[in-house]
Design a protein around this ligand. Structure first.
Ligand code: HEM
Length: 315
């Protein structure tokens, strides 16, 4: 039976999470494959120490190493993050072959799993970024707004997030039950944001700040709120959602305040279209106002195979 702590994409937001972005050293693909294939055992070793702490681990594999690490057909939409250059703001594409998303209610459990994993991977990987986030009161981001409200729930969650049989004829069973995941680490200019009046902040997000109520959409030629730009409706009128497990992170002593964006989707184009609308703008040039106060410093795309597929990697 598969281990429910592994590839638990639909797991709840926890009070802490670490996002590790790694690159694979040349020639180390088979070492990486055997460590990833045995991650279920490694997570059990830690999870048992406090079953109530909800440890879960999600592993994503990037396009550059997918073939060599998994030896499986490549999911149809998997490619490296495409840089987006708007008139005012840019979403950079940065190195990343593996994503390890570790969640738990206890910081020590997350630390312990990360320590053991990196110990096993050793020189086979290089850490490109390590960010640890925390829950900020009632799941607010550091801009002060509740983040995650419009996430799909129940049956809509699997339908939005997991690749279904028939979605990807090329990769077939290797893709089914998996998910595309996009990550971006944003740094906020909190000083400038906090100088805005609350009504202006609310207009930028598209919701009220205290009680989280949606505001009316803006007309076609106006600069639209984040919520409206991130809503994707196709030509048939069908809305496409993604699952966001964003976490705030920060170190006031260093003047660092951020949001770690992580979006899981059944179809990568949905997340890409959200990014295009935010950075290029709708109409073009009218970008997302949260970007005037939030700068992405990383950008990567991965495919998260199902737990069953992951367990067979490297065997
Ligand atoms: C909605 C914050 C980046 C996609 C929201 C909301 C907040 C928020 C406060 C409203 C409440 C909610 O429904 O969650 C942020 C911050 C970001 C960020 C602080 C980074 C600095 C992104 C990115 C994407 C995205 C990069 C997609 C690529 C969405 C979606 C919604 C949303 C899909 C829901 C829209 C709807 O109402 O249907 N975000 N977000 N966000 N955001 Fe973001």
């Amino acid at each position: 039976m598969s281990n429910p702590q592994v590839q638990a994409i639909d797991g709840p937001l926890t009070s802490t999470a670490t996002f590790l972005i790694l690159t694979v050293a040349p020639g180390a693909e088979s070492t990486v494959a055997s460590v990833l294939g045995s991650i279920s055992g490694l997570s059990k070793n830690v999870a048992i120490r406090d079953a109530g702490a909800g440890l879960s681990v999600t592993v994503g594999i990037g396009a550059r190493v997918w073939d060599a690490v998994t030896k499986l057909p490549r999911p149809a939409e998997l490619h490296e993050f495409k840089e987006l250059k708007g008139a005012t703001h840019t979403a950079p594409s940065t190195p990343g072959d593996l994503l390890i998303h570790i969640r738990a209610e206890r910081r020590d459990m997350v630390y312990e799993f990360e320590r053991l994993l990196l110990d096993q991977l050793g020189a086979a990987v290089k850490v490109q970024d390590e960010t640890t986030g925390f829950r900020y009161f009632d799941a607010r981001d550091l801009l002060g707004f509740i983040d995650g409200t419009a996430n799909p729930i129940g049956q809509a969650l699997d339908a939005s997030v997991l690749v279904a049989a028939g979605d990807d004829a090329g990769a077939g069973a290797a893709a089914v039950g998996g998910s595309y995941v996009t990550t971006q680490k944003y740094l906020h200019n909190l000083g400038a944001w906090n100088k805005l009046k609350t009504e202006d902040q609310e207009a930028a997000i598209g919701r009220t700040k205290i009680d989280n109520v949606e505001l009316a959409d803006q007309a076609d030629d106006a600069q639209k709120p984040h919520k409206q730009l991130a809503t994707i409706v196709d030509d048939q009128g069908v809305e496409h959602d993604i699952l966001r497990d964003n976490m705030p992170f920060g170190a006031p002593g260093k003047g660092e305040y951020g949001t770690y964006f992580i979006g899981y989707s059944r179809k990568l184009w949905v997340t890409e279209e959200m990014l295009r609308r935010m950075f290029i703008g709708v109409p073009e040039g009218k970008h997302d106002r949260i970007l005037d106060f939030s700068t992405p410093v990383t950008g990567s795309v991965f495919f998260v195979p199902s737990a069953e597929v992951l367990a067979k990697i490297g065997s």
